[in-house]
Design a protein around this ligand. Structure first.
Ligand code: BGC
Length: 358
């Protein structure tokens, strides 16, 4: 898939040098999460291999910082911008400046909203990521296979489940939550799953800036308000590994320990600490999104645009940013559980066995 994409955009890995030595600005949200460091490094490396100079900036989740970083990139003469936004709705005026200077803009992983001035969107199938998170929970509870197929003779439940969503200003958070609820809602309706806290509304379960400590506090509150009667939470939908780590801390502090009564917890991003937590049994699953492939899609889009070619896309319907439907390329993600860590993460070279064991 990536090969054909590369061929189409005239930017295959072995045709290094199709860049003209110009500058590409790459704006990333934060270094506090490992995945964005991997993304930034992968985009920079691949652009440099194509002959570009790269201005890579991280904004530590501060919106005005990200806006001024992008302004600086424009001032420095960037030929194109690749942007993973913090808040997808706050870049409208700076991207108008980019458009006024004929600078193409690629939204990286997160859709940039409320502007005409985003040319293409490189991401994963975010609704599917949410479904995979839910399937991983159901798999851990013994209800389905990892692809959501029902297991014959599965336990009837009911299972107590709690729900967490990502940052409400990140377009992806809604996609993940809607994908997960597409899978979970029928089981909530037929009472196989019970959200004992009754907190099911997106805005109630959302976690501003995907912050692990915010999630930890909410989990602590839920354990106190809902589970101090001796009942146990059996599964927790978590949209991101950093949130899962906060949830794990809350459970540990409340006296849960890994073993029969430890809940099934999902995640996302295959962050190293969370892969270790899967090995130790604290986290059940994560969703692996290969940042190297995402970088390749974004770089190929950039090179194609700068060469006056049309980037390859595979979705023209799903990502309406409030002003237009942005042409997108969606990659596939994979569920990682203890049994397939080697196959998914080590064999693909994402983490070494030594890193996971270390
Ligand atoms: C990304 C996820 C990530 C989350 C928190 C989302 O926009 O798609 O991969 O877990 O942000 O950084």
């Amino acid at each position: 898939m990536i090969m054909s994409l590369a061929a189409c955009s005239g930017a295959s890995g072995d045709s290094a040098g199709s860049g003209d030595g110009g500058l590409v600005g790459v704006a990333m949200p934060t270094k506090s999460s490992e995945r964005w460091i991997q993304d930034g490094n992968a985009v920079k490396k691949q652009l440099e291999e194509q002959g570009f100079k790269v201005d890579l900036q991280y904004a530590e989740d501060d919106i005005p910082t990200q806006v001024s970083q992008i302004e600086n990139m424009i001032t420095k003469g960037a030929e194109a911008l690749i942007v993973a936004s913090i808040d997808g709705t706050t870049l409208t005026s700076v991207l108008q400046e980019a458009a006024d200077n004929d600078i193409p803009v690629i939204a990286y992983d997160r859709l940039i909203r409320d502007t005409e001035n985003v040319d293409y969107y490189a991401t994963f199938d975010n609704f599917k990521v949410g479904q995979q998170q839910a399937w991983s929970l159901l798999n851990g509870l013994g209800l389905t296979e990892l692809d959501g197929t029902a297991i014959a003779g599965a336990p009837a439940g009911p299972f107590n489940v709690e729900l967490f969503a990502g940052s409400p200003d990140d377009n992806n958070a809604t996609f993940f939550f809607n994908g997960a609820m597409d899978v979970l809602q029928p089981l909530i309706d037929d009472k196989t799953l019970v959200v004992k806290s009754t907190q099911t509304d997106f805005n109630t379960v959302a976690t501003l800036r995907w912050d692990g400590e915010t999630a930890q506090k909410r989990m602590e509150n839920i354990l106190t308000s809902t589970y101090s009667d001796g009942s146990k939470v059996n599964a927790i939908l978590s949209p991101y590994d950093g949130i899962s780590r906060g949830i794990i801390s809350a459970l540990t502090d409340a006296g849960y320990s890994v073993g029969a009564e430890w809940p099934i917890i999902s995640g996302q991003d295959a962050e190293l600490d969370s892969v270790k937590a899967i090995v130790s049994g604290e986290q059940y699953a994560t969703i692996f999104k290969d940042t190297r492939k995402l970088a390749e899609v974004a770089v190929n889009m950039t090179v194609a645009l700068l060469n006056g070619e049309t980037p390859e896309i595979n979705n023209t319907t799903d990502y309406d940013n409030g002003k237009k439907v942005v042409d997108s390329y969606l990659l596939d993600s994979a569920i990682v559980v203890k049994d397939n860590i080697t196959e998914q993460l080590v064999d693909s070279g994402y983490w070494t066995q030594a890193e996971i064991d270390g």
